[in-house]
Design a protein around this ligand. Structure first.
Ligand code: FE2
Length: 334
């Protein structure tokens, strides 16, 4: 599962779909939009699916479409696999949850081809991520600390351990290629304490590294203050713009497992870098039939922003999982 340098686009998608268990007789659907940044992807994916003996089709929507038409839901549900190549917000929708519940597997692809190749699905990432998701599933409490003063806890009793490895290879599973991370959807009222996003961390949807610390205070699941300089102001402005208290509620938390991710590349690299911690306020209704896919949250706010953070300690029920040197500490999770 390594070494995709020099492979052409159809070859790259063929190898990837093979790992997603696409086979003769299956129906594979590309879901894309009219202004998708990589218009060559859907055609290459269809050719790859066809080469593997599957029937392949595409739906193209306007770029500002809402996922509400019955036609889209029916198509997603009747496909074996949906490959979404779009920036339309489809992931956190009831329609997506319904498609996953019906057994459809879904894959998100919207990163440049260099990233798809560099972080092509990898056996070590798959193994350590699923081991992490299993450990996360068993845990009740997550605690995050650091030497800058973070001391933050949240509860997840009964919530899943979510794995992302870049492969939608089993029924009812969502994934994003490329990716390597473990996450969970915390219970909505439980985030407590102080969380510091440090200078040099990434605010993903703002596509930038911070230049100053952001100090967040959390009570009963809600961010009650965001202090600092420009970076704090931008985060506060974003969350306030929805005029919705639920925008300030934590959606997911977890750690990165991808040893090939690069911190200077903003995107899935930021979410996936080995030994980093990601926490994210906002919408988290996404759920899936698969045991290690989905968050199972109840927050429908329209906000969602990923805070990708370096040099944190992350504990599950008191067991140190990731340390401030960005090591995954337990041998069984490395
Ligand atoms: Fe997120």
């Amino acid at each position: 599962m390594n070494g995709m340098k020099g492979t052409d686009l159809v070859g790259l998608f063929t190898e990837h779909l093979r790992l997603c268990n696409v086979k003769k007789g299956e129906v594979i659907l590309a879901f894309t939009d009219a202004q998708f940044a990589f218009p060559e992807y859907p055609g290459a994916m269809l050719a790859a699916a066809h080469a593997l003996g599957a029937e392949a089709f595409a739906i193209t929507a306007p770029s500002d479409a809402e996922i509400s038409a019955q036609l889209v839901l029916d198509a997603w549900k009747s496909a074996d696999m949906v490959v979404a190549m779009t920036t339309i917000p489809w992931l956190y929708t009831d329609a997506h949850n319904e498609a996953l519940a019906s057994g459809t597997r879904t894959l998100m692809v919207h990163e440049p081809v260099a990233n798809l190749k560099r972080m092509f699905p990898n056996e070590d990432v798959v193994r350590r991520t699923y081991a992490g998701a299993k450990r996360m599933a068993e845990a009740s409490e997550i605690r995050v600390t650091d030497s800058a003063g973070s001391d933050f806890t949240l509860r997840k009793d009964g919530r899943k351990g979510h794995a992302q490895v870049g492969l939608a290879d089993q029924p009812g599973r969502w994934d994003h290629w490329p990716a390597g991370l473990v996450a969970t959807g915390p219970l909505e009222d439980t985030a407590q304490g102080t969380y510091i996003v440090r200078a040099g961390d990434v605010i993903l949807q703002q596509r930038r590294h911070t230049v100053s610390d952001i100090r967040m205070t959390l009570e009963d699941g809600l961010i009650t203050s965001i202090e600092g300089g420009l970076d704090a102001q931008l985060l506060r402005d974003y969350l306030s713009s929805f005029d919705d208290p639920d925008a300030f509620r934590f959606a997911h938390a977890g750690w990165g497992t991808e040893h090939r991710a690069l911190w200077n590349v903003v995107g899935m690299d930021s979410e996936s870098l080995y030994g980093t911690v990601m926490v994210s306020p906002g919408r988290n209704i996404f759920n899936a039939a698969h045991e290690h896919s989905g968050l199972g949250g109840t927050n429908y706010t329209r906000a969602h922003i990923d805070l990708c953070c370096r040099h944190k300690n992350l504990y599950l029920d008191g067991e140190l999982i990731v340390n401030e040197d960005e090591e995954i500490v337990p041998e069984y999770l490395r």
